[in-house]
Design a protein around this ligand. Sequence first.
Ligand code: HEM
Length: 223
Amino acid sequence: MLNSAVMTEHIDIKRINSDLRYRFEYISKFLNFTSDDIAMLNTFAPLAFPLIPDLADTVYRKLFSYDITKQQFILAAEGFEGFLPRKQCGLTLESAPVVLRKDMFSIYLRRVLTEHEWNDTFLQYLSQIGKLHTDQAGSASLNIDFIHINALLGYLENLLIAKLCNIDTMDEKTKCGILMAINKFFWIQNDLFSLHFLRALNDNGASQNSTEKDKTTTTCCWA
Ligand code: HEM
């Protein structure tokens, strides 16, 4: 007979929002992301490494194929040394600021695949990548709408899975293990992005509420 009793673990919402390690442990337990998944990402690393420059190029090609995403790089290039504003309308995938960002993106991918420990420094890194895309990261920060982040996370996950599927020197079990680990990683990374976007939304909402106390109607667009 099936046992219908379920162990219910207490999760502290305040800690989720204030303690990155606690948050990660909750989400990884929920997704069943374990050291086996980390090992799977590490197994994929040497096979994926030669493909990463091409992958970074494809990602940036995608971001440059819409004005709404490309304009973020034009804005970010403004502060780039030696890159004068008048040149910015001609920003290409080969321009120095973009090449630099592609390199940073490749470093990010390599780190995700090779990290063994997933210690606090690494969690901070994953979270910091999320934060730098919001307006909460200091003077040189960006302010990218979450729709583009979500889209790119999905696009990147598919690119990685397509590369994995093309490998014919691997048994099915390992391939499935890597695929599931990649999938779980992206949901974790998505959480560590969205955390900052929701925080920014709450902060902005709070300041708006305090200045618009008298308003009786909301401007919510979801209804
Ligand atoms: C899958 C989601 C994304 C990941 C993993 C990602 C990752 C990164 C990384 C690793 C960097 C370099 C950080 C550093 O300097 O250390 C970066 C910078 C940047 N990203 Fe993203 N990104 C994502 C989505 C996007 C999207 C959708 C846009 C634009 C619509 C964007 C625009 C930028 C810009 C403009 C910078 C340069 C920031 C600066 O130097 O001031 N990113 N991103």
